[in-house]
Design a protein around this ligand. Structure first.
Ligand SMILES: [Zn+2]
Ligand SMILES: [Zn+2]
Length: 265
């Protein structure tokens, strides 16, 4: 996909992927990602994006009045449910420098002026940088029924509808783990791609499977379980690097859709 540190022309980005060439948040149809732009020229009024420890605090969009969860703001809040990555670009004089892929860990509301100078509420998202954490495969807690694990996973992957109070990175990790635990339990010791038994057991005798996110680039985050599969390490590498990865993805998507009772999108 995008190379971290590389400069892209915004015009080219939208030519390739679609989406609105203006504004800070672009939501191209048919592309499994939301493009976020930070810096001067992002055209978000009164933005105050900044790093705060491990999270990047990203101001939502909206010129006048209170910011609400529509369009770009909704796309950021619900990106895991939508199976979309958040790609952050920093606007520089030469173009847009790719910062990397992020996930929304939560959001808060601050006060600030709108374009007319009136005081209004401003949504600020906590964006958590994403890496590949697939080798930290989840181990379902023993004795918890699958239905209960599924209930937790669905709750974890639901949009965060209240501003967070505690550490958003921590709660993001917990929610990611709850989804992974359910998915591994759902797989019942077999790879959801090739159907083979887990290739080996860990030292604690639990079967080894990895979680793979079929829609997003990052293998991390509380995506809806229809976008996450438990797979053997071989299928996992193949899903990322194989020449037949698109076919693999299509079959996996169908299988997950039937398991989760939803149609594949
Ligand atoms: Zn497999
Ligand atoms: Zn993966």
């Amino acid at each position: 996909m995008f190379q971290i540190g590389q400069i892209y022309s915004r015009t080219d980005l939208h030519r390739a992927h679609g989406g609105q060439p203006q504004g800070g948040i672009a939501t191209p149809r048919g592309f499994a990602g939301v493009l976020l732009f930070t810096g001067e020229g992002g055209q978000r009024y009164g933005y105050r994006d900044r790093w705060d420890g491990d999270v990047f605090r990203y101001t939502g969009e909206g010129q006048r009045g209170d910011m609400t969860f529509v369009r770009g703001n909704r796309a950021i809040r619900d990106h895991l449910q939508d199976g979309k990555d958040l790609h952050l670009f920093e606007i520089e004089p030469e173009g847009c420098r790719y910062v990397g892929v992020f996930a929304c860990g939560g959001w808060t509301v601050e006060r600030g002026p709108d374009v007319d100078g009136s005081d209004r509420s401003v949504i600020v998202f906590d964006l958590v940088p994403q890496g590949s954490r697939s080798d930290e495969a989840a181990i379902p807690p023993p004795g918890v029924p699958l239905e209960e694990l599924r209930r937790r996973a669905l709750a974890a992957s639901a949009p965060v509808v209240a501003p967070h109070t505690g550490n958003s990175v921590h709660s993001f990790r917990i929610r990611s783990r709850q989804v992974a635990e359910y998915v591994v339990a759902r797989a019942d010791e077999h790879c959801e791609s090739c159907g083979s038994p887990a290739p080996f057991r860990r030292t604690d005798n639990t079967p080894y499977l990895e979680t793979h996110h079929i829609r997003r680039v990052a293998d991390d985050g509380a995506d809806h379980p229809r976008w996450v599969a438990a797979v053997c390490p071989n299928c996992h590498r193949r899903a990322h690097h194989g020449s037949d990865r698109d076919e693999l993805k299509r079959r996996l998507a169908e299988r997950l859709a039937s398991l989760e009772g939803t149609t594949s999108a």
